[in-house]
Design a protein around this ligand. Structure first.
Ligand SMILES: *Cc1c(COP(=O)(O)O)cnc(C)c1O
Length: 397
């Protein structure tokens, strides 16, 4: 929290970690004991605590959320030449992970209310553009097997999962949840990351909780978790004799990082409560403004409100999202647009895709400062700047 006597000049970051619990104590314990690397009591404890929190039978701690996605794809049987459905609107990591395993991302548009993967677009794609060939679901235009769907719960809000699950059961697809932005959210009472077949979390510095860098894989399938753990530590069959049974990776989380994770996990309910308070305060402070709509929460969702995001309707308000971001920056406040739709990105460009809602979200979305430690004074400052700027537009029209 800021204690500066000149609050109007302090910088307000988008999303900073909150490190004020037992982190020092646990890290010091690692350093004093010499257990700093990938073996040590904190790695196992972090996995156990995380799995218990999500009521999962097990969890595998890895070096990043991206590594978690890579291993989840491998463990769940996605193979080179397969296709995987994912939303056009997301951070690029899940699309990259699909390419790491030699498979191909197929981008699907998001729905207009919460900008999450649209189950209706998924259904349309499968029914119109795929066909059964010798018992395999194949994408007609490419002839590739459609193997999995990778819903990404973006910005803290869950994807509408039930209609997706109905489709994946009907068509025999694996569901890999990217829950990296939405730890703590629930969908119809079910925790995000416990709905599909396997799920990935991230503990990067800007996520709800952090280990500096890190990730976690959770699943009900013990064989998949075993496979992921095996691949994360160089696929050792015999550690003494250096015998390896596959091409593995050096993806294990270190004990020092896990120590930070254990300390962060102790406070996660507090973090979530703060995120919801911040969301409530923005919803009140930014209510009834012409051309500005908060993304909000679906009736069936409990959002983790990782990044509080609003939509700026330029045609209606005469104000652009980029203009608002620049105005906030002028006041030392960090705000950000949403990602370029991945079907337009250089590494994943594909001619066929057209995702107009994702493009609209990229053009109109603005994420506002959402750090757990955001002080009420600083948040009031953000709200004042947004209101003043939107109003000045209204009066200049
Ligand atoms: C943060 C993030 C990741 C990757 O996490 P890292 O720990 O940074 O590798 C993956 N997917 C999404 C949607 C993310 O926001």
């Amino acid at each position: 929290m800021s204690t500066s006597s000149e609050p109007s000049t302090t910088r307000i970051p988008l999303c900073e970690p909150e490190i004020s619990g037992s982190e020092w104590t646990y890290v010091r314990e690692c350093l004093d004991s010499g257990w700093v690397s990938s073996v040590g009591r904190f790695v196992t404890r972090f996995e156990e605590l995380f799995a218990a929190r999500l009521r999962a039978p097990g969890a595998v701690a890895v070096a990043s959320g991206t590594a978690a996605l890579h291993l989840a794809l491998l463990a769940s049987g996605v193979e080179p030449g397969d296709e995987v459905l994912l939303p056009a609107l997301t951070f690029i990591a899940p699309a990259n992970a699909v390419r790491y395993v030699g498979a191909w991302p197929r981008f699907i548009d998001v729905e207009p209310s919460h900008w999450q993967l649209d189950p209706e677009c998924v259904r349309r794609f499968i029914e119109r553009d795929c066909a059964w060939e010798d018992g395999t679901l194949v994408v007609r235009s490419t002839g590739r097997r459609l193997r999995a769907i990778l819903p990404v719960h973006i910005l803290g809000h869950p994807v509408d999962m039930d209609p997706l699950l109905e489709l994946t059961r009907r068509f025999g697809l694996v569901v890999i949840e990217d829950a990296t932005e939405s730890l703590g959210a629930t969908y119809r009472g079910r925790p995000v990351g416990r709905i599909g077949d396997i799920a990935c979390f991230s503990f990067n510095g800007n996520k709800l909780m952090t280990t500096g860098g890190g990730g976690m894989i959770v699943s009900d399938r013990p064989d998949w978790l075993d496979r992921a753990r095996y691949l994360s530590t160089q696929a050792r069959d015999d550690t003494l004799e250096y015998v390896h049974g596959a091409i593995g990776y050096n993806y294990r989380l270190t004990n020092v990082q896990a120590a930070i994770g254990c300390a962060q996990l102790e406070r996660i309910d507090e973090f979530l409560e703060r995120k919801r308070e911040i969301a409530r305060c923005y919803a009140d402070g930014l209510a009834h403004m012409k051309g500005l709509t908060p993304l909000g929460e679906a009736p069936w969702a409990r959002s983790a409100f990782w990044l509080y995001t609003v939509r700026i309707d330029e045609a209606y308000s005469g104000r652009s999202s980029r203009g608002l971001i620049a105005e906030l920056a002028r006041h030392g406040i960090e705000a950000r647009p949403l990602w370029q739709p991945l079907d337009l990105s250089v590494p994943h460009r594909s001619s066929a895709a057209s995702c107009p809602i994702a493009l609209d979200a990229h053009r109109s979305g603005v994420s506002l400062p959402s750090s757990v430690g955001l002080s009420p004074t600083d948040q009031a400052r953000v709200i004042d700047v947004v209101r003043a700027w939107m109003h000045s537009a209204a009066s200049s029209n």
